[in-house]
Design a binder for this molecule. Structure first.
Ligand SMILES: [Zn+2]
Length: 93
């Protein structure tokens, strides 16, 4: 994962404000509408809308995501974020 560019946004789940976009792949680019985002604060998956604001995926989009080739990477990203938060806020567990 690499830094692509600055882009202010807000996670629709935890409401954390973000100011950068990270991406998978070799070429930096802005996200496109319907791209998937993984929140670095809570690990939830969101979708970039046509205005590039993040929103919750629809039920249909969640079904589509389950068929994506990158699903294992999305699942690992979510697990990594949650593990880091667990270690940071619950170190005795
Ligand atoms: Zn979040």
């Amino acid at each position: 994962m690499k830094t692509a560019t600055d882009l202010k946004n807000c996670c629709p789940y935890c409401l954390e404000q973000t100011d950068a976009v990270f991406y998978f792949g070799d070429h930096p680019r802005l996200p496109s509408p319907r791209d998937i985002s993984v929140c670095a604060h809570c690990g939830e998956w969101s979708i970039f809308g046509y205005d590039l604001r993040l929103r919750e995926p629809t039920t249909l989009e969640l079904a589509e995501i389950s068929r994506y080739r990158v699903l294992p990477r999305l699942v690992n990203a979510r697990k990594s974020v949650r593990q880091l938060r667990l270690e940071a806020f619950c170190p005795e567990i």
